[in-house]
Structure formats: C-alpha cells, structure tokens
Design a binder for this molecule. Structure first.
Ligand code: ADP
Length: 260
C-alpha cells in the first residue's frame, strides 16, 4: 500500500450504480468536459443507462454543455437530491447550485465533502454507468476521488502536443498508483480539417496520444479532430452526439463508448 493510500474497504459502493468511469486530463482546456459529455451521450445512444457527475467544482461546465438550467430538487423524504436530466442522461454539478459567474472559493476539504455529497446523496437510481468529469490535474480532489470512489476505470483525454502528453502521463500514473485501471487514452483536437479548402493541419501535432498509450501499455481509444461543430454544439448545450448523430464525430464517440 502507498503512503497515505486508504484501504479498498474505504470505497463504499454507490447503490444502483454498476460502474463508475472517470474522465481525466493532466491539463485544463484539452477538452475533458467536452469528451465526458459526448462520451456519456454516446453510452446512452448505445443503450446504456447513464449518469454524468461534474467533479470539476471550480470550473463546472456540465450545465451549459448539457443545456440544463434550474436547480435540482430534493426527493420526498428530503434525504437526497434528484439529479437533473437531459437527452436521457442524469446529471449533477456544482454549477446547478451556484450562479455561473460565482467563483467557488473553497479549500480542499470542502471540495471533497461536496464531491462526496454529489456522489452519494443524489438519487442516481439504476445506472449502468456513471461518467465522472474529473477536475484537471493530480491534486487533492483527484487523488481523493481516485481513492474514495470505487472507480471501474479511468479514461485519459489529451491533446497531441508534448506538454499536454506529459501531464496526461502524470494523470495516468496517479491512477496506477492508487490501483485504478486505465481503460485508455483519447486524443482530442487530434487534427484540423479546414472547412473551406478541406486541407488538414495538425495544429497541436498528431498521433502523440497513440504513441503515449503504447508507451504506457494502455489502449488507444480514438481520436477526435478539432472542429468548430464540436465547440459550437457543446458550448451551445446540444453536444454533437445528440445534435448531429450521423456525423463522423458522433460515430467516433460511439466507437469509444463501445470500447470502454
Ligand atoms: P476541459 O474540460 O479540458 O477544460 P473543455 O471540454 O471545456 O476542456 O473544452 C475547452 C474548449 O474547447 C471548449 O470551448 C470546447 O467547446 C472546445 N473544444 C473541446 N474539444 C474540441 C474539439 N474537438 N473541437 C473543437 N473545440 C473543442
């Protein structure tokens, strides 16, 4: 056992939830939330019962990306919160509790107790999979999530350039240290196809995540290009998997959903 690591029995199960998958990245801004949301919707599209937990307390993007407004209500017994729902996916996020421009000025222990509550005091019901959009990095919140939550596995999102891959490797190693299986790596913003001339540009390089996955001995789960349609749809609350289900991008997310 690693120093500071808690034993396995400190990971109580979430009743009714068959598998919890963490979507993580070493760095912010690589498209972790975009990937989490589209992966959750793709899992729903292939017939799974899906929940989505936004563990990014300081920068919750789930409400906007899932096109959800309003606040969750409590169940009749007052003991649990009912998750919000859109496109058939149950959602919980700190963003439902506070105004969008309100900063969460919280220290680690408060973040941890908020995460615990969003996980355990929410009426998730019967789920095949709960996708957790992790906060970026490998700090306190990430480590405690990895240690306290019975994760079935983690998916690492990275852009192809070296600096992002270096941080992705750290994220991957963190899960390994706490014995959480890593399902694989997704390369986001993998390349850019010019909508005008069709020419391809490898803006952040290309193929780095596949090589990194090989190097680290985990699966490469797929690549998603940099495409204005992906940004516009997810920032507009209708992610591409639901708004353009016949697009190649939606198919790519569904293929990743089949693989995890
Ligand atoms: P993170 O969760 O890693 O901080 P986000 O998912 O919030 O990153 O993405 C950051 C920004 O990049 C968002 O505006 C999002 O719409 C955009 N984005 C993410 N992935 C892509 C992509 N493949 N193509 C175009 N824009 C993307």
């Amino acid at each position: 056992q690693q120093p500071g690591q808690q034993p396995a029995q400190a990971k109580p199960l979430v009743p009714g939830v068959r598998a919890i998958i963490a979507v993580a990245s070493g760095k912010g801004g690589v498209g972790k939330s975009t990937t989490s949301v589209n992966l959750a919707l793709a899992l729903a599209a292939i017939g799974r019962k899906v929940g989505l937990l936004d563990a990014d307390i300081y920068g919750p993007s789930l409400p906007r990306m899932m096109g959800i407004t309003g606040k969750p209500t409590t169940t009749p017994d007052g003991k649990t919160l009912k998750p919000m729902e859109n496109y058939g996916v149950k959602c919980m996020s700190m963003g439902f509790m506070v105004a969008e421009d309100t900063p969460m000025i919280w220290r680690g222990p408060m973040v941890m107790s908020a995460l615990e509550q969003m996980l355990r005091d929410v009426d998730w019901g019967d789920l095949d999979v709960l996708v957790v959009d992790m906060p970026p990095g490998t700090g306190d919140a990430q480590l405690t999530m990895a240690q306290r939550v019975p994760l079935a596995g983690a998916v690492i999102v990275s852009t192809p350039q070296d600096i992002a891959l270096l941080d992705a490797r750290k994220g991957l190693n963190m899960f390994r240290k706490v014995d959480v299986p890593v399902f694989g790596v997704i390369e986001n913003m993998s390349y850019f196809l010019c909508p005008h001339c069709g020419e391809r540009s490898d803006i952040f390089s290309h193929g780095g995540a596949r090589k990194e996955a090989e190097r680290m001995g985990v699966d490469f789960l797929g690549e998603i290009p940099l495409d204005i349609a992906i940004r516009e749809t997810s920032d507009g609350g209708k992610p591409i998997v639901v708004s353009q289900p016949s697009s190649p991008h939606a198919a790519a997310y569904r293929a990743i959903a089949e693989a995890v």
